[in-house]
Design a binder for this molecule. Structure first.
Ligand code: PDD
Length: 292
């Protein structure tokens, strides 16, 4: 797929031709932010929410947004239309730009480096729909501003490696107080006696768009949804556990630290929510504004 078209600093080009400087602050300092946006039927999903989060991330780190909402839409729609896949996910990244010599203190007038590319978005594998995923709990060693979608992801990468070494798919991160924060690249939700429970938004988790959609759908369909801290010990008596992200939607966790979750199969609330989520995706793809 190295001949696919990417966007870099004002131009569309084959991925193999895309070049950035080794002095880019994204490369040297992980000084940048990113977004991952799903695309269904060639239509951006929850664009306004992703755009708002991008603005929040940029503002938090003091990088000026290089484009307005409409300019971003036209870049991303061109990227989407350059590829045949109906369902895609876009990765976009803005770093603070190139600075010579290397200095922790950013120069004031840097031009941000803007990169975006798209990937085919595959549906969840049948084995996951049937058997869910396996996770372990792990200490959350990340920084105090996980609400910023920063490109500095080394602790997340290390968590994924630890999951792999343990023979499981992912992790649930636990903070110093013994409470759940989130997954390595997803939010965490628990179901207990028919109620969906998830940790409240704070500087310690990413305000996930999938989590937000799940909340909206739960409200629409009269499924109780509450935000409160979840203690690690509670996970063991949960009826259902889910991880939620743009690329995986809601994923059922069926094994936690070697033990089955609930009856060891994806739960009923997840089944219901998944059906509502598929309907919602279908409705959204009729939104013409997003295709401009
Ligand atoms: N990750 N928490 C973390 C740490 C994440 O990295 C993500 C998403 C989420 C879920 O956010 P959303 O529902 O908006 O995708 C929560 C993306 C998919 C990634 O890094 O690839």
């Amino acid at each position: 797929m190295s001949d696919q078209i990417v966007y870099l600093n004002g131009e569309f080009m084959p991925m193999a031709s895309a070049r950035i400087s080794p002095m880019d602050r994204g490369f040297l300092f992980a000084d940048g932010v990113y977004e991952v946006i799903p695309v269904y039927q060639q239509t951006l999903f929850e664009w306004q929410a992703h755009y708002q989060r991008l603005e929040n991330s940029l503002a938090a780190v003091g990088i000026i947004n290089p484009f307005d909402n409409q300019a971003w839409l036209s870049i991303l729609n061109k990227l989407i239309a350059s590829h045949p896949w109906q369902d895609q996910f876009i990765y976009l990244q803005i770093s603070r730009g190139v600075q010579i010599p290397r200095d922790h203190l950013p120069q004031k007038d840097l031009t941000p480096t803007v990169f975006a590319y798209t990937n085919p978005l595959k549906p969840l594998a049948a084995s996951i729909l049937e058997n869910g995923i396996k996770v372990i709990t792990l200490e959350d060693i990340r920084w105090q501003r996980c609400d910023i979608k920063a490109i500095a992801l080394l602790p997340n990468v290390m968590a994924k490696l630890q999951a792999q070494a343990a023979g499981v798919d992912d992790v649930i991160l636990i903070n110093q107080q013994g409470n759940v924060t989130e997954g390595s690249a997803s939010n965490m939700l628990m179901v207990k006696e028919g109620v969906i429970i998830t940790p409240p938004l704070s500087q310690h988790i990413l305000p996930g768009i999938t989590r937000q959609v799940i909340e909206k759908l739960a409200q629409q369909h009269h499924i109780s949804f509450i935000e409160r801290e979840i203690n690690q010990a509670e996970l063991e008596t949960a009826d259902e556990l889910w991880l939620a992200s743009s690329t995986k939607e809601a994923l059922p966790i069926c094994q936690l630290n070697g033990q089955p979750v609930g009856d060891g199969k994806p739960g009923q609330v997840w089944q219901k929510l998944r059906a509502h989520y598929q309907d919602y995706k279908q409705q959204i793809t009729n939104n013409e504004y997003l295709k401009q």
